[in-house]
Design a protein around this ligand. Sequence first.
Ligand SMILES: [Zn+2]
Length: 142
Amino acid sequence: MPEAFGQPRQTWGSQIAFFWGKMSVKHKAQALVIQCIDFRFQELIARDIQNRQLTGKFDRIAYPGASKDLERVSQAAETSLKLHDPDEALIYEHEDCGAYGQDNSIETHRENAVRLKAFLVNIKPEIRVITLIATFEKIEEL
Ligand SMILES: [Zn+2]
């Protein structure tokens, strides 16, 4: 049945155009999640995100040290804010972070998270930023 094969080919181009047309429509994320790459904390963070009913509704930036490298992470965060306009941001620091080396104190994690929060608020003043730290047992406000 050559017609059956021929038909999809004829509409293929317009389907693609329609698909991309839909993709380019402005899409909004509920949240932006910023976290470390460390695999040991992924389950805990995923559960916290699920508890907040944000699964599938957030942009994610995973970078070694979470908020430690402000220059790199802020660049990616700015892209998320511009493209997807999230209303809240969750910054997940974690204990025993290899990216922090010797200075793994909660104060240093807090300083960096607050610095990143200030950056986000500067771009979008109405954004709600929650700074958190994952321990091996649970996630706490930072
Ligand atoms: Zn880490």
